[in-house]
Design a protein around this ligand. Structure first.
Ligand code: BGC
Length: 478
C-alpha cells in the first residue's frame, strides 16, 4: 500500500472517480496525515519547551511552569565508590522490582557490579488504594526478597528508584508532587516518599534498612551509564511514562543554593502542555484518551508519546476509521470497543510484521477481528502514524535539552552520551531509529551517542547509594 506523504494529503480532495479501494486508501491517508509533524512544527514545540524549562528553573516562575525542572541533589564526580551489598528498589510501573546489587572491586576497571533481582507485580488495589496499602505491599516484597536471599538479619543500605515527580530537599528526602501513569494511591501526594517507605518498614518490624537515596528512573539510568561512559550527562526514559534528566549548571538551578558545578535536573517534561502549549498539536484522539484517563489535563506531552497511552491511542484511531467505514467493513469487535484492550505491545507486534501480514492478522484476531489484507495494511499505517509522531515529538524534547547544554557550555560541538531505557525505546521495532534521527536533525552541532541502559534503574540507585555520585549537599559543602 502506498504511503502517501503525510500532511500533503490533508488538503487533497478525494476524486469521485477513484476506484473504491484507491478511494479508501486516500481517505485513510487523509485521516492519518494529521499525525505527521513537519520539522518546523517540531521546532515550535522545542521553542515552547525551552521557555517552560527556563520557567521551571526560575524561582519566581517555577510554580506556574508546566515543566518543573526538579533538582535531584545528584552531582557527578569521578570519585570512587563504596563496595558491598546494596538493596535497590524500582517502582514506576505495574511491576515493582527488588534487587541485590553487589558493588565490588575489579582489577581492570576498579569496580564491578553484579545484580540479582525479583519482579513483583503491583496489584491494582495497591496502586489506587491508600499510600499505606501501597507502601505496606512494597515492604512485604522487600521482606520476601530478603528471606529468599537469607539477608533478613542484615541492615543494608537501600537506594530507591521512584519514577514519579518528586520535589527533593535532599537526596534522601523528597515530596511526591503528583502521581502519574495510573497510580492514584491516596495520601501520598505532598508527602515525603522516603518517610512513607521507612514507616512501612517499621510497621512490619521484621527487617531493617538504611534508606540512603531516592532517585528518579531517568537519573538512575543516566548514572548507571555514566559509570561506563563519563560523557553520559543525560538520561531518558520512554516506557510506561516518558521523561528526561540532564546535568544543568548550578547557577541556573535557582531552587538550590550554590553556584559551582552542575546538578542533575529531573525535567518532568511529561507534564509539558499543561499551560496549553500543545493545543494546536493535539488531535481529537489525544483529547479522548486524555478525557478517559485517570489524570485528565495532566501529563499531556507524555500522553502523546509513552507506552501507557500508545496502544489506546491506536485503538481510538482504529475506531474512527471503522466509524468512517474504512476498516473491518465498518464493524468493530466488542474487544476493540473496550478501553485499554489494544495493548502498546500490539503496536510493536504489528509494526514488526515482515510483510506477509501474519503477525498483524494474529494480533488482530486476539481482539476478535478478522482482517482482510487491506485492513491489515491500514492498521499498520495507523500504528506507524502514532508511533512515528511519538518518536519525533520525543526527539524534539531531547533536542531541546541537548541544545541548551551546548549553549550553556559554549561549545561548537557538544559531545554527549545519552543513557536511554524504557519498553517503548527498547522493544518497539522502529521507535529508536526515528527518535535518534529526529534528535540529530533538531540538535545539529552535537555529537550524540545513545547507550541503552541495562538494569539502569536498579543499578543506578545502588551506585548512587554506594557514593559513586556524591550528593550535591556533599559537593557544595566542601
Ligand atoms: C514520571 C517520571 C518518570 C517517567 C518515566 C513519568 O510519568 O512522571 O517521573 O521518570 O514517567 O518512568
Amino acid at each position: 500500500m502506498p504511503c502517501v506523504s503525510p500532511r500533503r494529503m490533508m488538503k487533497m480532495k478525494v476524486p469521485k472517480t477513484c476506484s473504491s479501494i484507491l478511494r479508501r486508501i486516500l481517505m485513510v491517508d487523509q485521516v492519518l496525515s494529521e499525525f505527521w509533524l513537519e520539522t518546523e512544527e517540531l521546532k515550535e514545540v522545542m521553542r515552547r519547551m525551552q521557555l517552560e524549562m527556563d520557567r521551571g528553573l526560575g524561582v519566581v516562575t517555577h510554580d506556574q511552569a508546566s515543566v518543573k525542572m526538579l533538582p535531584t541533589y545528584v552531582c557527578l564526580t569521578t570519585d570512587g565508590s563504596d563496595v558491598g551489598d546494596f538493596i535497590a528498589l524500582d517502582l514506576g510501573g505495574t511491576n515493582f522490582r527488588v534487587m541485590l546489587v553487589k558493588v565490588g572491586e575489579d582489577e581492570k576497571r576498579g569496580w564491578k557490579v553484579e545484580t540479582r533481582h525479583q519482579v513483583y507485580s503491583v496489584p491494582e488495589k495497591a496502586m489506587t488504594g491508600t499510600a499505606q496499602m501501597l507502601f505496606d505491599y512494597i515492604a512485604e516484597c522487600i521482606s520476601d526478597f530478603l528471606s529468599k536471599h537469607h539477608l533478613k538479619h542484615k541492615k543494608l543500605p537501600l537506594g530507591f528508584t521512584f519514577s514519579f515527580p518528586v520535589r527533593h530537599e535532599d537526596i534522601d528526602k523528597g515530596f511526591l508532587v503528583n502521581w502519574t501513569k495510573g497510580f492514584k494511591a491516596s495520601g501520598a501526594e505532598g508527602n515525603n516518599v522516603v518517610s512513607l517507605l521507612r514507616d512501612a518498614i517499621q510497621r512490619r518490624g521484621d527487617f531493617e534498612m538504611d534508606v540512603v537515596a531516592m532517585v528518579n528512573d531517568t537519573v538512575a539510568t543516566m548514572i548507571s551509564c555514566y559509570y561506563d561512559d563519563r560523557s553520559c550527562e543525560v538520561g531518558v526514559i520512554v516506557g510506561t511514562g516518558c521523561n528526561a534528566c540532564y546535568m544543568e549548571e548550578m547557577q541556573r538551578v535557582e531552587l538550590v543554593e550554590g553556584e559551582e558545578g552542575r546538578m542533575c535536573v529531573n525535567t518532568e517534561w511529561g507534564a509539558f502542555g499543561a499551560n496549553g502549549e500543545l493545543e494546536e498539536f493535539r488531535l481529537e484522539y489525544d483529547r479522548r484518551v486524555d478525557r478517559t484517563s485517570l489524570n485528565p489535563g495532566q501529563q499531556l506531552y507524555e500522553k502523546l508519546i509513552s507506552g501507557k497511552y500508545m496502544g489506546e491511542l491506536v485503538r481510538v484511531v482504529l475506531l474512527k476509521l471503522v466509524s468512517l467505514g474504512l476498516l473491518f467493513h465498518g464493524r468493530a469487535s466488542r474487544q476493540l470497543k473496550t478501553r485499554g484492550s489494544f495493548q502498546t505491545c500490539f503496536v510493536s507486534q504489528i509494526e514488526s510484521d515482515t510483510g506477509d501480514r501474519e503477525q498483524i492478522c494474529s494480533t488482530l484476531s486476539r481482539l476478535g477481528l478478522s482482517a482482510s489484507q487491506l485492513d491489515c495494511d491500514i492498521v499498520r499505517l495507523a500504528c506507524e502514524s502514532v508511533s512515528t509522531r511519538a518518536a519525533r515529538l520525543c526527539g524534539a524534547g531531547l533536542a531541546s535539552i541537548i541544545n541548551r547544554m551546548r549553549e550553556r557550555r559554549r561549545q561548537d560541538v557538544l559531545k554527549i552520551t545519552v543513557g536511554a531505557d524504557g519498553s517503548v525505546y527498547k522493544l518497539h521495532p522502529c521507535f529508536q531509529e526515528k527518535f535518534h534521527k529526529a534528535v540529530r536533525e533538531l540538535a545539529p552541532c552535537c555529537d550524540i551517542t545513545f547507550v541503552q541502559s541495562e538494569e539502569g534503574s536498579g543499578r543506578g540507585a545502588a551506585l548512587i547509594s554506594a557514593g559513586v555520585c556524591k550528593t550535591a549537599a556533599c559537593v557544595l559543602n566542601k
